[in-house]
Design a protein around this ligand. Structure first.
Ligand code: NAG
Ligand code: NAG
Ligand code: NAG
Ligand code: NAG
Ligand code: NAG
Length: 464
């Protein structure tokens, strides 16, 4: 009996999904935000697909920093759509903060836990306040919540991707999801089993509830720990839960130019970026905070492709194109294999005290080089728009001249004269994360523009 009901409802869902796909009235926006029938497993008694309203955000900040960090949060916060609170150490002051902006998350002042700090002689009161915030955000609001997302006041979240990724996990079970540090030593110093808070860590409802209940006793057990993320991890570990790492969550424990990493992002939905205050501006010709807004212009049209790497080749000139959607395009004057282009160029430096010898990173990298057959021509996103043909057009312009001779090995086909690249992608969310997209290059020799069309790879397409 029960089986039949399940079967019938599956058939219904299947038909409904076909109908939705075929519905000519379905606008492009709905299509883009429509969760595929392949990725909406059902959990618990509430079988509706996970949506943004199921996520509760708790952001920890300080009044002092909020004056200049609010723009980072406002770049992704959607008033009246994203749920959650910003916790400040003291009430906000100043004309720039008051009256409180409706584009910011509503704020709360953190609980005064002075008594607990004094009783336990806690070595890191600020960190204890941050950990205590898990309980405070849960106390504030948890009706219908499936996931509690904790972040810093400079965490950049890609909330559509978060919803899609979280929809794959059973929110009625214990889950602790998040990102490790890119810098090996940070994981070594704290823990390889720890989610780094700036990248955001995510607790399923039952785990957030358990943590809220035990947080004070846990803070009392570990008054000697100095890191909020580490205290959180040990408290969660004591409940019997370990980290599920997410490849698209980025603590960015890196310094300098992180374009190498963002141009060869791992094959996973982009969940978060962090520490953009401490790195170079991600778009070299744009001021730091404006850079984040600029990136969000692409993210607001299609988060599923955001920073996803697509590689294709132009045989007549022996060029390789590597696209990081919504961010950058690299042209190489040589046919280089995907496995090579998927390694981030080490444009960045490690965070913190650098050990004498490598390895420094939790990822393989390739060196920066002046070899003209290996060094890319670099282009950054200039503009993003919808086209009349149901596509999204992102355009990229050259950041600076490459200033190298052409690669003679592959026939001296200089790409110096290319100044603009147009990338056309379907106005449809891409959810199949197990395989890359492919692309075609349309370029007439001698013209300064190259067009690239993204498409699904053909079945037997071998790229070499
Ligand atoms: C959010 O909702 C409140 C109350 O319903 C309303 O006053 C406010 O204008 C809304 N803000 C935005 C940005 O839509
Ligand atoms: C916090 O509580 C302590 C005592 O528990 C009190 O001395 C202190 O004034 C309080 N701080 C604030 C800002 O209210
Ligand atoms: C490449 O050449 C430039 C200009 O001569 C130089 O500043 C840079 O250090 C070189 N980079 C590498 C990786 O050799
Ligand atoms: C591409 O590079 C290969 C390897 O060097 C070379 O044999 C071939 O002639 C080149 N093709 C063109 C069109 O230059
Ligand atoms: C490319 O140019 C260099 C220097 O001008 C020359 O030595 C080399 O033979 C050329 N290679 C090809 C394949 O034309």
């Amino acid at each position: 009996m029960k089986k039949r009901v399940v079967l019938v409802s599956c058939v219904f869902l299947y038909l409904a999904s076909i109908f939705l796909f075929k519905d000519p009235n379905c606008s492009s926006f709905e299509l883009l935000h429509y969760s595929s029938r392949f990725t909406t497993p059902q959990f618990g008694h509430d079988s509706s697909p996970t949506n943004l309203n199921h996520l509760l955000f708790g952001l920890l900040g300080s009044e002092e920093a909020w004056h200049f960090r609010k723009e980072y949060i406002e770049s992704w916060w959607r008033p009246n759509k994203t749920r959650g609170y910003l916790f400040l150490d003291v009430a906000p002051t100043g004309d720039d903060l008051l009256p409180w902006s409706s584009s910011s998350p509503p704020y709360r002042v953190s609980d005064n836990i002075t008594q607990l700090i004094e009783e336990t002689k806690h070595v890191a009161p600020t960190m204890a306040r941050m950990v205590h915030g898990i309980m405070e955000v849960f106390r504030e609001d948890h009706e219908g919540v499936r996931w509690v997302v904790m972040g810093d006041d400079d965490s950049i979240f890609f909330v559509d991707n978060m919803v899609d990724v979280l929809a794959r996990y059973d929110h009625t079970k214990y889950y602790y999801l998040g990102g490790q540090s890119e810098f090996i030593m940070s994981n070594h110093w704290y823990s390889f089993n720890q989610a780094f808070g700036g990248a955001g860590f995510i607790l399923s409802y039952p785990l957030a509830k358990a943590m809220s209940k035990y947080i004070e006793s846990c803070l009392r057990r570990y008054p000697f720990l100095r890191s909020a993320d580490q205290i959180t991890m040990v408290c969660i570990s004591d409940v019997g839960v370990i980290l599920t790492p997410l490849k698209g969550s980025h603590q960015i424990d890196l310094r300098g130019d992180i374009s190498g990493l963002l141009s060869s992002h791992p094959k996973a939905p982009l969940m978060s970026l962090h520490h953009l205050d401490a790195t170079d501006s991600i778009f070299p010709s744009i001021e730091r905070r404006q850079s984040v807004r600029h990136l969000m212009k692409a993210a607001n049209l299609d988060q599923s492709r955001m920073l996803q790497q697509v590689i294709c080749y132009n045989r007549p000139s022996n060029w390789s194109f590597s696209i990081s959607w919504g961010y950058s395009v690299h042209i190489y004057e040589n046919i280089l294999p995907r496995s090579h282009l998927q390694l981030p160029i080490e444009t960045f430096q490690p965070w913190g005290v650098t050990p004498k010898d490598p390895p420094y990173y939790m990822l393989n990298t390739r060196w920066r080089t002046n070899d003209s057959c290996e060094a890319p021509h670099v282009f950054f996103m200039k503009n993003v728009e919808k086209t009349k043909r149901y596509e999204i057009l992102t355009t990229y312009s050259r950041s600076s001249p490459r200033e190298l001779l052409s690669c003679s090995y592959s026939g001296n086909h200089s790409a110096d004269y290319i100044s603009k690249i147009e990338v056309y992608s379907p106005r449809r969310k891409r959810i199949e994360m197990d395989r890359c997209e492919c692309c075609d290059v349309i370029h007439k020799k001698g013209t300064n523009k190259a067009k690239i069309k993204l498409r699904e790879c053909r079945v037997d397409e071998i790229i070499a």
